[in-house]
Design a protein around this ligand. Structure first.
Ligand code: GLN
Length: 475
């Protein structure tokens, strides 16, 4: 069972060849063997087995909740799960048990998915390595001396290591696509508004999206279809038809126009460039029409993102005050001291850095010079994509500038880490869908992914290209 795709597991369940209990047991065993990866913050063994028993009963009575009934899944620990610890990998939320479910999670439960546990991440999803986690870093299953990427590194590692067949993550500036690329799995960040963020702990609200991880394009698409849709609890969610389930993905791309942005190859590792070029050739062989495009403001994406994301974070994280929820510094008499001490003790270094940066960018006298300017820059990036999508239907580019690097190698240099996000953050600034598909390995055996991006709500186009790549590369 371990190593099978979700579609294969569904077929086994439907033919009564296995039970959900057996599947869940197999994954729990694998998780137990691979504890050193630190992919999970919370493992739900007893709960998962109980749920699996219920699922088996439903299947026996021929009343499954959906075709997914009994399939295990891992959930990033910034997605609220009622009655289950949701820490955001932060000291300030280390004991937080949400009284409600995130909509995306509730939809999984309604379909009969079984949660195996909550996965590790960078604290409040701020980072690209999981090294800022209060619970220590996750290790890359391909090479445990390397980072798995982040912030959804726990989810990516869990899927790669067969500690879950599929998983949820969140992507504010690349947090699904980058770890998917570094671990060698499929990761999708849908269009902004596609999936409700109700119950996703907010980092930067104009950028955050929930998305999926899997070993195959179709599995990642199917889970995404389950969690998609408008939600009255999230005013930014949009009612659009969910038109991209696995049964509609053909991998046919004849006549499709592929754009290759020249700016996305600057400073990128040679082996990654070569891998992407190979993919482009394969797509051409399958009948796609490939041409070079320009996304001229790409170089500005990092400063724009790190002003907007930190500004929004400084506001969103104001709620952790030691009064309403989360950690409270003990024995403090004055309210102001309570705020200060709680935040001083509860937040990690990177989170504090971002709150300070964001507060500065929003403060009077600097607002126009930094935050407002960043918003204007964001408009230019959106225009850049709108223009590009007049010339092409799907953009193909690298995801990252390097393959997985060593744990501890870059964490002392935040600017270097921020710069490394250059290829993923523009899709969030523009709100368009993006994904990473594993396509190759470098000479050290480390995974290389290719990034696809499409127009708003054109996930289907992107998924067809992804399927074409999976079919021809067979990775
Ligand atoms: N690496 C980026 C950051 O640190 C993106 C994180 C994310 O997408 N959550 O902000």
């Amino acid at each position: 069972m371990i190593g099978k795709s979700m579609q294969e597991l569904i077929a086994l369940l439907e033919s009564n060849a296995v039970t959900s209990v057996e599947i869940v047991q197999a994954f729990l065993q694998e998780m137990n063997h691979k504890r050193e990866l630190n992919a999970y913050i919370t493992v739900l063994d007893d709960e998962a087995l109980q749920q699996a028993q219920q699922s088996d009963k439903r299947r026996k009575a021929e009343k499954p909740l959906s075709q997914f009934d009994g399939i295990p899944i891992a959930i990033k620990d910034n997605i609220c799960t009622q009655g289950i610890l949701t820490t955001c990998a932060s000291g300030i939320l280390k004991n937080f048990i949400p009284p409600y479910n995130a909509t995306a999670y509730q939809k999984l439960l309604n379909a009969g998915f079984i949660v195996l546990g909550k996965t590790n991440l960078d604290e409040f999803a701020m980072g690209s390595t999981t090294e800022t986690s209060f619970f220590g870093p996750t290790k890359n299953p391909v090479d445990i001396t390397k980072v798995p990427g982040g912030s959804s590194g726990g989810s990516a590692a869990a899927v790669k290591a067969c500690c879950a067949p599929v998983a949820l993550g969140s992507d504010t500036g690349g947090s699904i696509r980058q770890p998917a690329s570094l671990c060698g799995v499929v990761g999708i960040k849908p269009t902004y508004g596609r999936v409700s963020r109700y119950g996703l702990v907010a980092f930067a609200s104009s950028l955050d999206q929930i998305g999926t991880f899997a070993n195959t394009v179709k599995d990642a698409a199917d889970v995404l279809a389950v969690i998609s849709g408008v939600d009255r609890c999230d005013a930014t969610s949009i009612a659009m038809p969910v038109d991209f389930g696995s049964d509609t993905i053909t991998g046919t791309i004849k006549g499709l126009r592929i754009g290759v942005p020249r700016e996305y190859f600057n400073g990128v590792d040679n082996q990654i460039v070569q891998a992407v070029e190979t993919v482009i050739k394969q797509l051409e062989l399958k009948g796609a029409i490939v041409h070079t495009i320009s996304l001229q403001y790409t170089d500005y994406a990092v400063p724009i993102y790190y002003l907007i994301a930190t500004a929004e974070a400084s506001s969103n994280l104001g709620r952790y005050d030691g009064v309403r929820y989360g950690y409270r510094s003990p024995n403090i008499a004055k309210l102001k001291d309570l705020y200060t001490k709680t935040r001083q003790e509860g937040f990690g270094k990177e989170v504090k850095r971002r709150i300070i940066l964001g507060t500065f960018a929003l403060s009077s006298g600097y607002y126009d010079a930094y935050y407002l300017k960043a918003l204007k820059g964001r408009r230019l990036i959106i225009d850049d994509f709108n223009k590009a999508f007049e010339e092409c239907d799907c953009i193909v580019a690298p995801v990252t500038t390097t393959t997985a690097f060593g744990i501890g190698e870059k964490i002392a240099d935040p600017l270097a880490l921020y710069m490394a996000d250059i290829l993923t953050i523009s899709a969030n600034l523009a709100g368009i869908p993006g994904m990473s598909v594993p396509v190759a390995e470098d000479t050290h055996g480390l995974p290389i992914g290719v990034q696809l991006m499409a127009r708003h709500f054109n996930e289907m186009v992107m998924l067809n290209v992804a399927q074409a790549i999976e079919d021809s590369i067979g990775h």
